[in-house]
Design a protein around this ligand. Sequence first.
Ligand code: SAM
Length: 285
Amino acid sequence: MTALLGPAEIRGLAAELDVRPTKKLGQNFVHDPNTVRRIVDLSGVGEGDHVLEVGPGLGSLTLGLLDSGAQVTAVEIDPVLGERLPATVTERAPEAAARFTVHIQDALKLQRADLAREPTHLVANLPYNVAVPVVLHLLAELPSLAHGLVMVQTEVADRMAASPGSRIYGVPSVKLAWYGPARKVAPVPRAVFWPVPNVDSALVGFERAAEPVSDADRDEVFAVVDAAFAQRRKTLRAALSSWAGSGEKAEAILRAAGVDPRARGEQLGVRDFAKIAKSKSLPPF
Ligand code: SAM
């Protein structure tokens, strides 16, 4: 079993690299091996799986993932951190070095063609300020990603896993639901990080559904979702009037989709949004 990075190792690596963790890049490093083991267990990854890890940082989670026997491709934006990772893996888990690759780049710009093999799992302690855009970008860009377990700020976890009708249900909830179900898996206390963030975290799990929600165009569906939640207190008739061209058109499109024009976006499930987008693409609209 690989010896994972504890507080002394994290501080030692940070000192060696002269790393001053930045808030801008969400740099809070896990220095608790038990937390890493728990994340790896909950992710269910093992031999034969190919894990994409966004933001490996100093390598805490990376070493745990490699210890499961999985292949790991990491994407780190900070070159100082990314360039040290192969040596950390070789020092602590030499037998796993051949299963590890790191790309030094922005995960928001990662493309399918950048990767030699298609990842099956996304497992990451995500940088907080770009957590939702990163997950949505990767699900869109990498169809092979079938399972995910990510650590995000608790409030973001709640929004990602929210159901229609709840106060926190919104754009991240619907867009994630387009790909499949998401659920909040477990809380993670702030004390497991260095430096200690001023928010708590939680793990969110998601699965890509075997069948797409609808054959509607995804970008069209997402445009309806953005419009509906940009003015979430308004009725859908009012909120979708610019998107449709006028209030009358919005009402007709909603009625054709079987959706009450007086309803609000927070009451609709992803299938309803898909029906609205689809209805606009059909005659007479
Ligand atoms: N996985 C490590 C751990 O658990 O200790 C570090 C997690 S830390 C919360 C987030 C990491 O994401 C940092 O290493 C940061 O440099 C990196 N990062 C921030 N923005 C990124 C982006 N757009 N693409 C890739 N990596 C990013």
